[in-house]
Design a protein. Structure first.
Length: 59
């Protein structure tokens, strides 16, 4: 599952770059947020129950 979330984060980052090139700032910001959310979710899965607090504290 973490691998799928990391893949989604990479796809969203590509989408953000495409939106930026097209001048779509709203789409860029949405895609950037989606990438960050997916990356955070993957990190939480990989960290396990004891590591989630440190991830949440860092954000």
């Amino acid at each position: 599952m973490a691998e799928r979330l990391e893949a989604r984060a990479r796809a969203a980052a590509r989408e953000a770059r495409a939106c930026a090139r097209a001048g779509d700032q709203v789409g860029r910001r949405r895609a950037q947020q989606e990438a960050a959310d997916a990356q955070r979710a993957a990190a939480m899965l990989l960290a396990g129950p004891r590591g989630v607090a440190s991830i949440l504290d860092a954000s």
